[in-house]
Ligand binder design. Structure first.
Ligand SMILES: [Mg+2]
Ligand SMILES: [Zn+2]
Length: 187
């Protein structure tokens, strides 16, 4: 099995810092259609998100559940089904094991679901997403939505060859062209 791991804020939904209410959820243009195509190519769709706003007391775990329910419903209109939404609720001072760039959420998921990481990708907009992909051993992809433009400026030399796309919609070419993986330089 192969998976497409997706960051939430700035990738799967439009970027709003510390978004706390379902009404704030909006899908980027073309995102529903794009994820449907990835799904059709045989990828399990998995959101991987840091939500330190929970630990910081900005919103509750219940609030986040309601937001995730909204995301699931919005994408369902396009026939898109997420396999799982993996979340770290901590802030850095909690010293947890799960906060991106730690790969542990991804590694736990792949163990349970028999996912081949060498066939899998992680699409993100933040340095922690790119580093998480490297740490997990899957293909990092950077989007220029959300915090992506800033992140692009911060890529290290070893990360400079990763694929970069304007938005989620544009990544579909990657799903179709690279049926048998993408061998961009990941090291
Ligand atoms: Mg993000
Ligand atoms: Zn955590």
């Amino acid at each position: 099995m192969k998976a497409l791991f997706l960051d939430r804020d700035g990738v799967t939904i439009d970027y709003i810092p510390y978004l706390s209410r379902p009404e704030q959820v909006s899908l980027p243009e073309g995102a529903g259609k794009a994820l449907k195509q990835w799904q059709n190519e045989g990828y399990k769709l998995v959101i991987v998100t840091n939500q330190s706003g929970i630990s910081r007391g900005y919103f509750s775990e219940e609030d986040v559940k309601a937001i995730h329910q909204r995301i699931i419903e919005e994408y369902r209109r396009f026939g898109v089904e997420f396999d799982e939404i993996l979340m770290c609720p901590h802030q850095p001072s909690d010293n947890c094991q799960c906060r991106k760039p730690s790969p542990s959420l991804i590694l736990n998921y792949t163990k349970k679901h028999d996912i081949d990481l060498s066939q899998s990708l992680f699409i993100g907009d933040a340095p922690s997403d790119i580093q998480c992909a490297f740490n997990a051993g899957c293909q990092p992809v950077l989007l220029l939505t959300g915090r992506g433009k800033e992140t692009k400026e911060k890529l290290s030399e070893s990360q400079s060859s990763i694929p970069i796309f304007e938005n989620l919609s544009a990544t579909v070419t990657l799903a179709i062209v690279t049926k048998n993986i993408v061998k961009y330089n990941i090291n």
